[in-house]
Design a protein around this ligand. Sequence first.
Ligand SMILES: NC(=O)C1=CN([C@@H]2O[C@H](COP(=O)(O)OP(=O)(O)OC[C@H]3O[C@@H](n4cnc5c(N)ncnc54)[C@H](OP(=O)(O)O)[C@@H]3O)[C@@H](O)[C@H]2O)C=CC1
Ligand SMILES: Nc1nc(O)c(N)c(N[C@@H]2O[C@H](COP(=O)(O)O)[C@@H](O)[C@H]2O)n1
Length: 267
Amino acid sequence: MPLSDLVPSDITRPYVTLTFAQSIDAKIAGAGGKQLILSGEESMKMTHWMRTMHDGILIGIGTAVNDNPQLNVRYLPFPAQNTHFQHYHHPRPLILDPHLRLSPTCKLIINAAKGAGVAPWVISARPPKPDGFFANEDDGERLQQWEARLDALVAAGVTVILVELETLHPDLPPTTSDLPLPAVLRTLREQGIRSIMVEGGARIIRSFLSSAASGHLVDTLIVTTAPILVGRNGVGYGEGLEQVPSMSHITTELLGRDTVVGLKSVS
Ligand SMILES: NC(=O)C1=CN([C@@H]2O[C@H](COP(=O)(O)OP(=O)(O)OC[C@H]3O[C@@H](n4cnc5c(N)ncnc54)[C@H](OP(=O)(O)O)[C@@H]3O)[C@@H](O)[C@H]2O)C=CC1
Ligand SMILES: Nc1nc(O)c(N)c(N[C@@H]2O[C@H](COP(=O)(O)O)[C@@H](O)[C@H]2O)n1
């Protein structure tokens, strides 16, 4: 049963499962962001099962650019015939990409064209208008370049969904180009996405875990820990995490050589 069938239909955001794989020294990638295969065969299968259970799979543009991921369901046994599982559900890839850095030739787009995945949605924000007291001469060019990238992505089959950036006051420019997660989630729910699996990377994990101030945004946290040490040059997500959500333990499972820990939100 898809997870979204368990989610009440009147909530204002999707159900959020935050999940990633880490080394025992809590690194999710190697030096310089090098992608690491941390999960063993069994826990990787678990990740792909979880992908079938969610409407969407959300990553940040840093991961999309660095890993060129596929985010589809590939590592599961062929579904049994004559059951309700005639084929697996691929989640919709959702990329948080304020500056539209996603390449129109990335695997997500190529796969969707071949039917090996679902066309990605990019969530972005229009750069501030180049007028008013705070405008500078680069703004116009920046907006033009962003619009050209928008056209290229749309031509490649990507749906671009826009949210408003946060400002301290309507007359002031945005304080950050990071997309406000409550608005992102609300918009996704309005677009019919009832459950998402957030896979990372480091900045996105940190943003979701720090979101306690804006009301908790993580319902379930599932962390695979592989028996690998990466060392201090690896990419971690814990630095600067001040306010973390209150969560309680659900389960600890050994999958092959990995340990998988599940926590749920305490609201
Ligand atoms: N082991 C694992 O399970 C996983 C590991 N990874 C690894 O993570 C690394 C990538 O992580 P990282 O470089 O941090 O990139 P992320 O994938 O976390 O993307 C971060 C970017 O997303 C954009 N963004 C938009 N809104 C937000 C927001 N609210 N909060 C944070 N970012 C936002 C920004 O783009 P902009 O800069 O354009 O403003 C930001 O730089 C890679 O090395 C990858 O291999 C990734 C996923 C899973
Ligand atoms: N569960 C898990 N284990 C690992 O060892 C990983 N490196 C990741 N990474 C995430 O999966 C994406 C790659 O997905 P595809 O194999 O291309 O479908 C990668 O970008 C990370 O989000 N996850």
